[in-house]
Design a protein around this ligand. Structure first.
Ligand code: IPD
Ligand code: CA
Ligand code: CA
Length: 265
């Protein structure tokens, strides 16, 4: 296992890099150039690509033995369970970046022999940085975060992407909860669960980089993070994903599944 002192050293360098990205971002957004991937809603920009490239360059120089698994250009999965592996979504919420210049973030998680040890979700536009160091603590900027109080579903705001959910199930979920909100960036919807602002976030088909940081936050904040059968999620594969306050997890999944609500998209 990696010791905390080694993780803190890595963390120092990552924070420098994140600060650098934060400083450069306004100029990068001014020069933003938009492209589509699989369809007209699947967006990527030169901002996404250059952040991933910058991270790769930093790793090559400072941590040459670390591997990178990144959304834009690093999809090789051969040896990701060996040693250090970073999972990176350079911009999560690209549609929000393009349409609103708000509500997007970077998601970054470090795994050692397949176990999560360092995690970051950086909401650049609002200067909010969530960070978790295994064995040390969870932070929002300089403030230490504690596990949120347990809450029943009827008292929780809930958040889910609706792909693959039938109308009846969505209505049942809305009726059973306090209300619905969706930011539209998996990292930020998840971070609202870290702080207790949301009770739960569901993504019916999360990619590994949408959730690469959430494993460690969930573990250290006493949250549930599983697939819809309450089983573990493979950090290399992703898939159906729920991150939830313990007080509403069982009921949420029961309603989600009871009327065949979730059909694989
Ligand atoms: C997207 C966001 C969004 C989710 C999509 C993801 P991207 O990530 O997390 O909330 O609903 O499925 O693809 O493409 O902006 O990195
Ligand atoms: Ca994403
Ligand atoms: Ca992305």
């Amino acid at each position: 296992m990696v010791n905390t002192a080694a993780l803190k050293q890595i963390d120092e360098r990552i924070i420098q890099w994140l600060d650098q990205v934060r400083t450069m971002l306004p100029a990068m957004i001014k020069e933003m150039d938009l492209q589509t991937k699989a369809n007209r809603f699947d967006l990527v920009t030169n901002v996404d690509k250059s952040i991933e490239q910058s991270f790769e360059e930093m790793l090559t120089k400072e941590f040459p033995e670390h591997q990178l698994y990144g959304e834009e250009a690093h999809h090789d999965t051969d040896r990701l369970r060996e040693g250090y592996t970073w999972v990176l979504d350079p911009i999560d919420g690209t549609a929000n970046l393009v349409k609103q210049q708000d509500d997007f973030c970077l998601i970054l998680g470090l795994f050692y022999n397949g176990e999560p040890v360092l995690s970051y979700i950086d909401e650049f536009p609002r200067q909010k940085r969530f960070k978790a160091i295994k064995g040390e603590g969870v932070y929002l900027n300089d403030e230490r975060l504690s596990p949120p109080p347990e809450r029943p579903l009827k008292d929780c705001l809930i958040s889910f992407n609706n792909k693959g959910l039938n109308d009846e199930t969505m209505h049942d979920l809305l009726d059973a909860s306090f209300g619905y909100r969706l930011i539209g960036a998996c990292g930020l919807d998840s971070a609202k669960v870290f702080t207790g602002q949301f009770g739960v976030h569901i993504h019916t088909n999360a990619k590994p980089w949408d959730i690469g940081a959430q494993f460690l936050f969930a573990d250290m904040l006493g949250l549930k993070m599983t697939n819809f059968q309450q089983g573990p999620i493979d950090f290399i594969k992703g898939g159906p994903f729920i991150i939830s306050n313990k007080g509403c997890y069982e009921e949420m999944l029961e309603i989600l599944l009871q009327k065949g609500g979730y059909q694989k998209a």
